[in-house]
Design a protein around this ligand. Sequence first.
Ligand code: FES
Ligand code: FES
Length: 394
Amino acid sequence: MNRVTIEVNGRVLAAEVAPRQHLGDFLREELLLTATHLGCEHGVCGACTVLIDGAPARSCIAFPAMLDGAKITTLEGLSDDPVTAELRAAFTAEHGLQCGFCTPGMLIMARDIVLRRPGADEEAIRHELAGNLCRCTGYVGIVRAVRAVAAARAGLPAEVTRGLPVPAPAYVSPLALPEAGALAPAGRAAPAAAPPSAPPPSVDEKSLETLKNPVRLEQRFTVPAGVGAVWDFFQRPEAVVACLPGARLVAPSDGTRFEAEMTVKLGPMQAAFRGAGTIAADAASYTGTLRGQGVDSRSASRVQAELVYRLEPAGVATAVHVDIAYALQGPLAQMSRGAIARDLAGRLTVAFAQNLAAALAGAGAPAAPAPLDGGGLLLAMVKDWLGRLFRRRG
Ligand code: FES
Ligand code: FES
């Protein structure tokens, strides 16, 4: 059991939680906060959406054991919130619910949308709500309801609802990206910019130390080549990026900085993060660090990440240790925690290791490795689970 202190709807609680108990079960079963509904319990349907530190997140793939010090808000905690009251009235007026199962998650996500994107049009709302599924309504009433509240808020300042200030994308080269206002497709509201008084951090100054609760992942793999050859390979950013599924450099790298794009698919959702970062390497200890920040212009989601690698001779082979820390902000942040993110990282590592081994053996990595598809990942996870279940019963 883990002892954690969590604030739920303004009440600070000290609790003993099992490492595997997810937040949705904790809220419903321990605290009897049953407005949080559980549908798929795989991070797909959005029924279980709550606010974690002010940002919408899926409680079925968040774990209280990892949320020490976090502030959780469920729909019960928004009963006196005026924006939620407007949304409730609009959902009633526009027939935005039938059975109501998806409604708590819809309301929490809708509140985030109208606060963050006042005046959002139908296309933007449909895109933002794409992670919340409804079996009954056909979405028309839901979108109309959210549109009505967003329209009433047009002209109000956009609120940063993500708990952390959103840095302006000043780290992105003007050569690599259009002006921030032009990032959104025609007819859609541009993502909210940071207040002009806050100078945007540069890639060199920004450190993950300043991020709250970055997700940390560790990966280990071995490649059948000597440590010298692997080290030399790692000093060629274009060769390394060519081994990463869905990644490409958007400008030549001088070995100390890079500009890149990374596409990840998660079922029907596809994100293309584009950004820039720095590279540091220490040949004496065979270690290197990459730091970067990127933005997915379609969802207005941002990522900051740090990757530290260390090479170690393992006989005639090389053991590669990779530690990753990242923080996602925006709609895609809901998918950044839990088993899906870890499994995605694991599969990315396997694909990278295979491509790296092939490149070191002279076979070359695929010219443009396809993006990793999390839809396939979910299917594979279900298959793995069924396999384990039947093995246990056999
Ligand atoms: S229950 Fe479906 S996303 Fe959590
Ligand atoms: S109203 Fe029934 S699932 Fe959305």
